[in-house]
Design a protein around this ligand. Structure first.
Ligand code: ZN
Length: 588
C-alpha cells in the first residue's frame, strides 16, 4: 500500500533520540530489522483558519493538529499525543521526525459508510509506545526561509467524478493568486509589496480530477487522494503547493489550512480568492504561527497572521513586529535593546516609507526587539496604515507591542500606543530587577519618512523623557518625595549636550555612591526640554551637564540655559560658561 524510502535512514540512526516511556525501544538491538518494520516521517503542525461569517465576532482558534509526512508526500494524522511527547526537545514544525512500526498506522473511518472511508492514515500515540523521535535539521520539504527567495507555487484545482468542482475556474484562481488577469491585489503582489521585492512567486494552476465522489469526505482524506494522484515528480519541482477543493468537501469549520514550515496549503473552494487567506496560509508555510491578543488566537488585527477582512480585493496589509523581524525583510533597520543596560530613543518608521527608501537617519528603525534575561522578547513597530499596509484592519497608525517566545511561535499583542490615546505601556519587575520597563510614544511625525518617536527605558535605572509638549509626569508626588524639574534649553548644538542626575545611596552595597536616576543625551537643537521626576526628600543628588563636543563653544554663542527646581524652589539657573557643570543639591 505504501512505498517507503529509507535511503536517508542510515544518516539518522546515530542521531536517534529515544522517546522515554516505560517501555521505550532499545535502538541498537533493533537496527537490523528496523528498516522493514518502521516508517519514518516528518512532523508538521497544521493550522486551520476558521470560516468567518460574522466580522463582529472574534473566532476561537481551531487547535493546531500534528501530521507526519512521508517521503512520498503522504500525510498521516498523529493523534492522542502525550503531554510529555515534546519534552526532550522543543517541538519545531518540520524539524522533527517520527519513527514508528508500520503496524501502528491505522486507518481513520469517516462517518460516511462509503468505499472511500478507510483511507486516511492515523497514528494513535496512546496505543503506541514503540516510537522514536528524531531531531533533524535537514528536512526534505522544508519551505525555504523567506528573507530573500524566488518561490514557486503549484496550485491544484481539484474536481471529482460526480460534478463537484471549485467555484472559480483555473483562469480565475490564477488571477487571484498570480494576477494573470489584472487582479491588482493578489498573492504575488502581496508578498512582493510587503517584502520590498525580496519574495517573488512564480507558478501556475493545474486541474486534477479524482475518480471518486468527494462530497462529505474529510479534507485530509481528499488531500491524501490528491497527493497520491499528483505525480511527485511534478509537485517536487515547486517550493509550495496549494490544493483547492470543492465546497462539498468537509473542512470542519475551517476555510483553509496549512502546515507550518511545510510546502502544502489546502483551501476550501472560493476561499482561495481571499487575499488575506492566501497571504496567511503561505506565511504558515514560510514558518509563521498566529498573531493573537488576549484569549483570541487571531486577535492581533495589525497582522496577516491575525484576522483581516475576508474579501477578494483587500486588504493591502503586512505583518506585525515579531513576524516582520523573523521574515527579515527590513533587517538593515532592526535594533535590539537591552533595557537593563541602556535606554533608547527610537524613531519607528512607517514600513511603506522605509520600503520607499525614505529612511535616512541613524536612529530610524523598522522593528525594535526588546530583550532581557527571563523575559519573552518584545517587538515594537509603527503600524502606519499607508501604501503597502494601507488596508490593515486594526491598530492603524499605532505603535504596536507584541511578545513572541521564539521563531515560529505565536505572537501576542500587548498594546497599541498612540500620541493621543494610550501613550505608554509598562511591564513591572522587568527581568527581575524590581524596576518597571516603560515604552512610551512621545509623538507621531508626518513627513518623509513618517515615524513615531518612541522612548524605551527602565524606570529608576536609565530614565528618559519625551521632548517638550508631550505631557509626562504631572501628578503629585507621594509623601516623602518632592517634584524635581529639570529644564534644558539648547542652542544650535543640542546634539552635543548631555546631562544626568544621580542619587546618593544611603544603604546597601553601593552606600555612599551615586546612581543615575535621570539621563538625557539626545537633546534636539534649539529646543526646551522639561523632565519631571519625584525624588526622595531624604537623599542627596548630583546634576552634571556636558557638551560632548568638549570645546564649550556650543554654550558661548547660543542662548542655552538650564534650570533645576524642586517643587517651587529654584536650586540652580545657569547660562553655562564652561563645557561641564556640576550641581549638588538636597531637597530641603
Ligand atoms: Zn492560520
Amino acid at each position: 500500500m505504501m512505498k517507503l524510502s529509507f535511503t536517508v535512514f542510515a544518516i539518522h540512526v546515530l542521531l536517534l533520540q529515544k522517546y522515554v516511556t516505560s517501555s521505550h525501544v532499545d535502538v541498537k538491538s533493533r537496527t537490523n530489522s528496523i528498516q522493514e518494520r518502521n516508517i519514518l516521517c516528518t512532523l508538521f503542525s497544521t493550522h486551520r483558519m476558521t470560516l468567518h461569517d460574522n466580522p463582529e465576532i472574534e473566532p476561537t482558534e481551531i487547535k493546531p493538529t500534528i501530521c507526519c509526512v512521508m517521503d512520498n508526500n503522504k500525510s498521516i494524522s498523529v493523534i492522542n499525543i502525550p503531554n510529555d511527547f515534546f519534552k526532550l526537545k522543543k517541538f519545531v514544525s518540520g524539524k522533527m521526525q517520527l519513527l514508528v512500526p508500520t503496524s501502528s498506522i491505522k486507518t481513520q473511518t469517516s462517518d460516511l459508510d462509503s468505499e472511500y472511508t478507510l483511507h486516511h492514515g492515523v497514528i494513535d500515540l496512546t496505543e503506541e509506545s514503540d516510537f522514536i523521535v528524531l531531531q533533524d535539521n535537514k528536512i526534505r520539504k522544508l519551505s525555504p526561509k523567506a528573507q530573500t527567495s524566488d518561490l514557486t507555487l503549484l496550485v491544484v484545482r481539484v474536481t471529482d467524478n460526480s460534478g463537484h468542482s471549485p467555484k472559480h475556474t483555473v483562469k480565475e484562481i490564477s488571477d487571484h493568486v498570480f494576477g494573470t488577469d489584472n487582479d491588482d491585489l493578489n498573492l504575488v503582489i502581496g508578498y512582493k509589496e510587503c517584502s520590498g521585492g525580496k519574495i517573488s512567486f512564480t507558478g501556475n494552476v493545474v486541474e486534477l480530477s479524482l475518480d471518486l465522489n468527494v462530497a462529505n469526505l474529510a479534507a485530509e482524506m481528499v488531500e491524501d487522494y490528491v497527493t497520491e494522484k499528483l505525480p511527485s515528480t511534478k509537485s517536487s519541482k515547486y517550493t509550495n503547493v496549494m490544493y483547492v477543493l470543492p465546497n462539498e468537501v468537509k473542512f470542519n469549520g475551517s476555510a483553509a489550512y496549512a502546515g507550518l514550515n511545510h510546502y502544502l496549503s489546502v483551501f476550501k473552494d472560493y476561499y482561495v480568492s481571499f487575499q488575506f487567506l492566501l497571504m496567511h496560509e503561505i506565511a504558515h508555510n514560510l514558518g509563521h504561527h498566529h498573531s493573537g491578543q488576549g484569549s483570541f488566537a487571531y486577535g492581533d488585527h495589525s497582522c496577516m497572521m491575525g484576522l483581516q477582512t475576508y474579501t477578494t480585493t483587500a486588504p493591502r496589509a503586512c505583518f506585525n513586529g515579531a513576524k516582520s523581524w523573523w521574515f527579515g525583510w527590513y533587517s538593515d533597520r532592526h535594533t535590539e535593546i537591552t533595557p537593563t543596560s541602556q535606554s533608547s530613543r527610537l524613531k519607528m518608521l512607517s514600513i511603506n516609507d522605509y520600503l520607499n527608501g525614505e529612511a535616512t537617519l541613524d536612529n530610524q528603525y523598522t522593528v525594535a526587539r526588546i530583550v532581557g534575561q527571563n523575559e519573552i522578547d518584545l517587538y515594537v513597530m509603527y503600524n502606519r496604515a499607508e501604501g503597502v499596509n494601507s488596508g490593515v484592519r486594526g491598530y492603524r497608525d499605532q505603535v504596536t507591542i507584541v511578545h513572541q517566545n521564539a521563531e515560529s511561535q505565536a505572537s501576542w499583542l500587548d498594546a497599541g500606543l498612540s500620541e493621543k490615546g494610550t501613550s505608554q505601556w509598562k511591564k513591572h519587575n522587568w527581568s527581575g530587577t524590581g524596576n518597571t520597563l516603560v515604552i512610551k510614544v512621545c509623538n507621531i511625525v508626518s513627513g518623509a519618512p513618517d515615524y513615531a518617536h518612541v522612548i524605551v527605558y527602565l524606570d529608576g535605572v536609565n530614565y528618559l523623557s519625551c521632548p517638550l509638549g508631550t505631557p509626562d509626569q504631572s501628578s503629585a508626588c507621594p509623601s516623602g518625595f518632592s517634584k524635581l524639574e529639570v529644564k534644558v534649553q539648547t542652542d544650535n548644538w543640542g546634539n552635543e549636550v548631555g546631562w544626568w542626575i544621580k542619587e546618593k545611596k544611603t544603604w546597601g552595597k553601593y552606600k555612599g555612591k551615586y546612581q543615575t536616576i535621570l539621563r538625557d543625551n539626545d537633546l534636539q537643537s534649539n529646543a526646551l526640554s522639561t523632565t519631571v521626576k519625584c525624588i526622595d526628600d531624604s537623599k542627596s543628588y548630583k546634576f552634571k551637564i556636558t557638551d560632548e563636543g568638549g570645546n564649550g563653544t556650543c554654550w558661548q554663542y547660543g542662548r542655552a540655559w538650564y534650570s533645576i527646581r524642586v517643587e517651587d524652589v529654584t536650586k540652580k539657573i545657569s547660562s553655562f560658561n564652561s563645557p561641564i557643570e556640576v550641581v549638588t543639591f538636597k531637597v530641603s
